[in-house]
Design a protein around this ligand. Structure first.
Ligand SMILES: [Zn+2]
Ligand SMILES: [Zn+2]
Length: 368
């Protein structure tokens, strides 16, 4: 089978956008191509068995390399209708990886290439679904990529690393005592307690040279009765931190504020995790250097960026699960505008070829 054209792949995948964990047509499309390219198809993931892993092995011993693309789209309402749109460009990632796979199937001489089409990145559940199957446990090297919005990386440029952060949503759950609002001294007011908790959290101090944020994003208290003192409440905090140790420090201090502030009011407060904390990247400097060299070869020194900004990414669960896996993750500038997660997001599929070239060079260097 001849090399696949990344622009054609992108157009096909873009037209079949599907939400997290229901990427059925996308999975079939990718599987069909990978089978014809000679890859051995492995299992799917999550409750609906979407996405899959495929592999191809060389004759000589060598490392096992994980090449991962996410495949899910985002939900929007357009003209009153619920639709899935590839507003984060995961269709472009799957296209880059599939096009690269079509050039690598004859080139793997050492070790093993594992190509992972991962479902459900947007809900941050996909990598955890994959980890349950243990298919990445033998991987020594991990590579992934994301198209970047024009604010981070202009069309035709590429970044050797993406500065993702650790992120999570924490919930402060408080309990007090209700009473008639005319006799507030008989109650323990959860609304007041949560206001104090929010203020105390906003006064927490962390190393100002490091990047982090912790802000309240939702507060619910009691019931829809406004003349009594509420005896329960919840506040949610979106938290970001540039490193895993800093995230741990924030969580420790936030926990302390919730417990001590609630106790000061005579109530109880506890921190509840809404989901597992998404880890920050922990890149292998040598691999990042290697990617930087390939970017310069493909798009020229003038279009090379050492890093660009990023949000959160569930790819780093693989590294957290297997700390000795060396990982790299690069950014592809393809004119993505107005921005990621915008339902009108458009990108220039011609620029995706740059991503294909970098992936091919990287895999051939380690397994060719
Ligand atoms: Zn996204
Ligand atoms: Zn994304």
């Amino acid at each position: 089978m001849s090399e696949l054209n990344v622009v054609e792949l992108y157009k096909s995948l873009h037209a079949m956008a599907e939400l997290s964990r229901v990427e059925f047509k996308t999975t079939e499309f990718l599987k069909d191509h990978m089978t014809r390219l000679g890859y051995k198809i492995g299992c799917g993931f999550g409750p609906n068995n979407t996405g899959f892993i495929a592999e191809i092995e060389g004759c000589e011993p060598g490392p096992t390399l994980l090449l991962r693309a996410d495949i899910d789209a985002l939900p929007f309402t357009v003209n009153g209708e619920k639709v899935a749109i590839h507003a984060c460009g995961h269709d472009s990632h799957a296209s880059i990886v599939l096009a690269a796979a079509s050039r690598l199937n004859q080139s793997i001489k050492r070790g093993k290439l594992k190509v992972l089409f991962q479902p459900a990145e947007e809900t941050l559940a996909g990598a955890l679904d994959v980890l349950e199957k243990g298919v990445t446990d033998d991987c020594d090297i991990g590579l992934s990529l994301h198209n970047r919005p024009i604010q981070d990386c202009a069309d035709g440029k590429m970044a050797a690393a993406v500065n993702f952060s650790s992120c999570t949503v924490l919930c402060a759950e408080v309990t007090g005592r209700s009473c008639h609002a005319s006799r507030p001294h008989l109650g323990i007011n959860c609304a007041e307690m949560l206001v104090a908790i929010c203020q105390n959290i906003s006064m927490l101090k962390f190393d100002p040279t490091k990047t982090w944020s912790c802000k309240v994003t939702n507060i619910t208290v009691g019931t829809e009765v406004y003349n009594n003192v509420p005896n329960n409440g919840k506040a949610f905090f979106d938290v970001r931190a540039e490193s895993n140790p800093l995230m741990a420090e924030i969580i420790e201090k936030v926990t302390n504020v919730i417990e001590t502030t609630a106790a000061m009011y005579g109530g109880t407060g506890k921190l509840v995790y809404t989901r597992e904390v998404v880890p920050a990247p922990d890149y292998d400097p040598e691999l990042v250097e290697e990617i930087a060299d390939y970017i310069k070869e493909v798009v020229g020194e003038e279009n090379y960026q050492p890093v660009c900004y990023g949000g959160g990414e569930d790819f780093f669960f693989y590294k957290k699960h297997k700390p000795d896996m060396r990982v790299a993750y690069f950014g592809v500038g393809a004119g993505c505008a107005p921005g990621l997660h915008d339902q009108n997001m458009k990108l220039n599929p011609e620029s995706l070829q740059n991503g294909v070239e970098v992936v091919v060079k990287f895999v051939k260097n380690h397994l060719g």
